[in-house]
Design a protein around this ligand. Structure first.
Ligand code: 13P
Ligand code: ZN
Length: 266
């Protein structure tokens, strides 16, 4: 029997995941198995004993996550397949109370994404602030910008993206951080990502992809989508042969004030 049976709330969470997985594929951000999603579904899992299908030791403990349950996409799984059936191409895992291992509790044994260290480290770090979703994807336009050395310096890429269209400042109020290249799936990548998320909503992984954190999966997708639009405006202007002017610091500051947003770097 599927864990979704008689569980409307969990089924609805899976429908949202499927919707976003479909967007990632149709946007062209999810070649083959590119990208991964995790969602904290603890509140939708009936407490109590569930016979684990398998148990895996974690490379480190994630203390804030003891007992929490997550939907995670499977490693090597295609996002376009996740869009059709999230639970056939991902798993629900529940961390042990000491958060040093997890059980796969539904619906079948599917190995979680190779980026699980980053996902769990971020959930551990951001849980107290209400974060429930981590979404990693490969947006072509945003990744292209990380191949330019100038954009790897702190705040340069984030400022440029904010200045392309007012919505970028509003929809991604804490901006975009840059994480230097690290091996995909490594604990080094996880640690560098947490450091960057301390003062940003979204991080770019140099020459690899984008990762966003949020309370709601649709809103989390919207942040990446808005940044991709900003990147496209920049690249379209460059393709047309000119450097886009960008909104001025005064114009950005006006938005910050009127929309009651935090100053940069908070
Ligand atoms: P997984 O298939 O292991 O999730 O890896 C995809 C990816 O984008 C790695 O960064
Ligand atoms: Zn990736």
């Amino acid at each position: 029997m599927s864990i979704l049976e008689n569980n409307e709330k969990l089924s609805s969470a899976m429908a949202d995941i499927a919707e976003v997985a479909g967007y990632l594929w149709t946007k062209g951000w999810a070649e083959r198995n590119g990208g991964n999603i995790s969602v904290n579904v603890t509140e939708f899992i009936t407490p109590g004993a569930i016979t684990p299908l398998s148990t895996v030791t974690l490379p480190r403990r994630f203390p804030a996550l003891g007992g929490d349950a997550f939907y995670v996409t499977g490693t090597g799984k295609r996002m376009r397949d996740v869009a059709k059936a999230p639970l056939q191409h991902g798993a629900i895992i529940r961390l042990h109370p000491d958060a040093g291992a997890y059980d796969i509790i539904a619906d079948r044994i599917i190995a979680p994404t190779s980026e699980l260290p980053s996902h769990l480290a971020i959930h551990d770090f951001a849980r107290a602030g209400g974060a429930k979703v981590v979404c990693h994807t490969h947006p072509t336009d945003l990744i292209a910008l990380t191949h330019r050395r100038e954009f790897l310096q702190p705040r340069v890429l984030g400022r440029m993206l904010w200045s392309m269209i007012p919505e970028a400042r509003i929809v991604v109020p804490r901006g975009v951080g840059i994480v230097p290249y690290h091996l995909p799936g490594s604990l080094e990548l996880a640690d560098a990502t947490i450091a960057a998320l301390d003062s940003h909503d979204v991080v770019m992984w140099e020459k690899h992809g984008c990762l966003a954190v949020g309370a709601d999966i649709i809103d989390t997708f919207d942040m990446i989508d808005t940044l991709s639009k900003a990147a496209q405006i920049y690249l379209s202007a460059r393709l047309a042969g000119f450097e886009p002017e960008g909104m001025s610091n005064d114009e950005l500051e006006e938005i910050r004030r009127v929309f009651n947003l935090l100053p940069e770097g908070n």
